[in-house]
Design a protein around this ligand. Structure first.
Ligand SMILES: [Zn+2]
Length: 289
């Protein structure tokens, strides 16, 4: 039989692992679609959530820039509630109010907990407004109406529509995978029978041009190979944030690559100009010798 300290250590480890398996507070507040349920009775998780003991970075629609959001008010109220050890497991509605640390803009997220399941039922500003502004920079990378589809997907998801939102995401994801394969083909590195591979195999085949985290977690995108008729609202809602995050990650990497190319082209032009000038000066200075 393990000693008591060993047992305690084991319990603490399990508690930490269970905590880490839950969505981050940032995901829960900012990117979870409305009417998504989360089954949990994790005391530390629920207590930190309900007491707003966390912070996250997100796009602030008031500042039109990224900002850190924190709880800014007083934690008073609920007299007597916190003296009950199980207060965080009590059923009830609660709002999470977070303030932008630049200018105090407020974001509000509403939840209902029934003692076993946590349900997000409200959010202001809307998910579409928060992330819609944040993704504006990707517009040049998503042509032919795909950018509008990315916004629409987010809008639908924020209203709890699972399959509809997911189908848009899937189209965008497939387009990005197709485009990246074309990039390889243009370099003469086309993958044989690419179109017939499963999504996780496609991701693996494109590992040189896709974000490393996406490639590492390729198994998570198995859902993208499932037939449309097999999808249900619940699993679509559940997979929405991770597929959306993958799309953003790919776009982010492409945008950075594009900016690097632009910067190095500008640098080269600058160097060419300087060396032209130097040449000019050298020939001018010669007669003075
Ligand atoms: Zn702000």
């Amino acid at each position: 039989m393990p000693s008591i300290p060993a047992q305690l250590e084991e319990a603490a480890r399990k508690e930490r692992e269970a905590f880490e398996a839950l969505p981050t507070f940032e995901e829960l507040c900012v990117s979870w679609p409305l009417y998504t349920e989360l089954r949990t009775t994790h005391r530390r998780y629920l207590s930190q959530l309900r007491r707003m003991e966390f912070q996250f970075d997100a796009h602030c629609v008031g500042c039109n820039d990224r900002s850190t959001f924190k709880f800014g008010g007083s934690r008073g109220g609920g007299a007597g509630l916190k003296s009950d050890d199980d207060w965080m497991l009590k059923a009830g509605m609660f709002d999470i109010v977070m303030s932008c640390q630049r200018k105090g803009h407020q974001y509000v997220f509403s939840f209902y907990y029934d003692g076993a399941e946590l349900l997000k039922f409200g959010q202001l500003p809307s998910l579409e407004d928060i992330v819609g502004a944040d993704i504006a920079k990707f517009r040049p990378l998503l042509r032919d109406g795909y950018f509008a589809e990315l916004r629409r997907a987010t809008g639908l998801a924020s209203h709890g529509i699972g399959i509809g939102a997911f189908v848009y995401l899937r189209r965008i994801f497939e387009k990005l995978i197709h485009d990246h394969h074309r990039m390889l083909s243009d370099d003469g590195k086309a993958v044989e029978k690419f179109d017939r591979l499963r999504m996780d195999e496609k991701i693996d085949a494109l590992k040189d041009v896709l974000p490393p985290a996406l490639v590492r977690h390729k198994a998570a995108y198995g859902i993208l190979s499932v037939g449309l008729h097999e999808l249900d609202e619940d699993s679509c809602r559940k997979h929405f944030p991770v597929v959306r995050a993958a799309i953003i990650e790919i776009l982010e990497q492409d945008l950075q690559a594009r900016e690097r190319e632009r910067a190095s082209a500008a640098l080269e032009a600058e160097i060419a100009k300087i060396s032209e000038n130097l040449k000019g000066r050298n020939t001018e200075s010669q007669p003075e010798k």
